[in-house]
Design a protein around this ligand. Structure first.
Ligand SMILES: Nc1ncnc2c1ncn2[C@@H]1O[C@H](COP(=O)(O)OP(=O)(O)O)[C@@H](O)[C@H]1O
Ligand SMILES: [Mg+2]
Ligand SMILES: [Zn+2]
Length: 411
């Protein structure tokens, strides 16, 4: 934590189960955003066609371990095998608590030697002690040594009928083809922003946290599709700001920039309000905000405005309030102008990175971007040239920089 917690909050933090653990899905249907995997596995269980080895591949914190435990429960539940394990029998509760004698969760990173795999092989020969299957969940399986993989291969080739393997990895490309070809592979995806926002809202309301969608979407963005990361960030926000954090507090706690400030900057850019833009930049600079981060956020915001302009809808991943703001900006701006400003801001990220005075680099990039002539849409320019060639009409106002407003580009 960046700053010491008040005493009351410290006590609160001590008795506190982290949200990611508290809200680990306890049934397949509770899993967010991995429907393709869940459906296939549920079908396999229902049709009694469960493979003997599964590989769950995907980024961290998207549900691989959760799904592995749910599959183990589905197979060993006293009422099973079933796609809807009861959750209350001994097999189910012990798997949840990690104490089941027939389900071993092995960390591949620290048990990566050939002797570890030999032990599994020896052990796998014997029937399960109580439940239907002996299940080996090996996490970070890509960490096994070459010799360990070879030893594992023998078991995978002719596994005893009572044994199931579930491997999880964030780096499937590191696995030998021989292993890959003997597993049924499922690719877990990053969780979409909209799905993640939904789940966070749900959890926040269950926890009695009053937090705006807009703040939650900052969390969503920082977590890059990983639910565990999103929930850890929410823990961090609660620890720092309590149960009713304001947008500003959330932004501060996450080292993010308040959405409304970003919005104000984008608006100033699009409406050529240099003064506001400079004032805002200075404020952020004085608050210690990283100028590169500001440029990145601004580029992202312009991207959203552009999407809203060309598709007619603000991106789904935004909270309602942000969507309205983005839609309003898009309505009043010209697509070519948004695109050009995006280019300017996006390119400036590289320059700011190298600049000895990042603030100067950013300000100049923004001011230049703002004062470039509005690029008319190509069809309109052609029409203008044709008009001139035909001897009709004078050149457009002849203003330096061609400030005559072009007809908005309609996509
Ligand atoms: N798809 C998901 N749906 C809901 N919660 C999830 C999901 N993926 C991860 N989580 C949350 O993150 C925590 C860690 O997930 P986990 O399955 O251990 O991720 P992984 O094994 O992919 O790193 C879970 O306890 C749960 O709170
Ligand atoms: Mg895991
Ligand atoms: Zn059960």
């Amino acid at each position: 934590m960046a700053f010491p917690l008040p005493l009351a909050l410290q006590a609160f933090a001590m008795s506190y189960t982290v949200l990611a653990r508290k809200y680990r899905p306890q049934a397949f249907e509770e899993m967010t955003g991995q429907e393709h995997v869940v459906r296939t596995i549920e079908n396999a269980i229902t049709l009694d066609r469960v493979a003997h080895a599964y590989l769950f591949a995907g980024p961290r914190g998207v549900g691989k371990t959760t799904a592995a435990r749910l599959l183990a429960r589905a197979l060993n539940c006293e009422k099973g095998p079933t796609a809807h394990p009861c959750g209350v029998c001994r097999a189910c509760t012990e798997i949840r608590d990690g104490t089941s004698v027939d389900v071993a969760e092995i960390d591949g990173a620290s048990n990566n030697g050939v002797e570890n795999v030999r032990e599994i092989r020896e052990n796998a020969k014997y029937l399960p002690q109580r439940d239907r299957y002996k299940i080996y969940i090996i996490d970070e399986v890509h960490m096994l040594s070459g010799a360990a993989f070879n030893a594992l291969l023998k078991t995978l080739e002719e596994p005893p009928g009572h044994v199931k393997f579930i491997f999880a990895t964030t780096e499937a490309h590191k696995l030998p083809d021989t292993i890959l070809s003997r597993c049924q592979r499922h690719n877990f995806r990053r969780i979409s922003a909209a799905a993640m926002l939904g789940r966070l809202k749900d959890i926040a309301s269950k926890e009695g946290i009053t937090v705006s969608d807009s703040s939650l979407s900052v969390l969503v963005r920082q977590s890059e599709g990983g639910m565990r990361d999103a929930l850890s960030l929410l823990d961090q926000v609660i620890a720092a700001c309590g149960l009713t954090p304001t947008d500003e507090q959330v932004a501060e706690a996450l080292g993010a920039i308040d959405r409304m400030v970003i919005h104000a900057c984008a608006q100033a850019l699009l409406t050529r309000d240099a003064k506001t833009l400079l004032v805002r930049t200075e404020e952020l600079f004085n608050r210690g905000v990283d100028m590169k981060k500001l440029a990145e956020e601004l580029a992202l915001h312009l991207r959203h405005v552009f999407v809203a302009k060309v598709t007619g809808n603000a991106p789904d991943e935004l909270a309602d309030a942000d969507r309205q703001a983005v839609t309003a900006l898009a309505r009043d701006a010209d697509a070519a102008q948004i695109a050009r400003l995006f280019d300017v801001v996006h390119t400036s990220v590289w320059d700011i990175n190298r600049a000895p005075q990042p603030r100067l680099a950013l300000e100049m990039a923004l001011l230049k971007g703002m004062h470039l002539a509005p690029a008319a849409a190509i069809p309109e320019l052609i029409a203008r040239v044709e008009k001139l060639a035909a001897g009709q009409g004078a050149p457009a106002a002849g203003a330096p920089g061609g400030r005559s407003a072009p007809a908005p580009f309609r996509a």
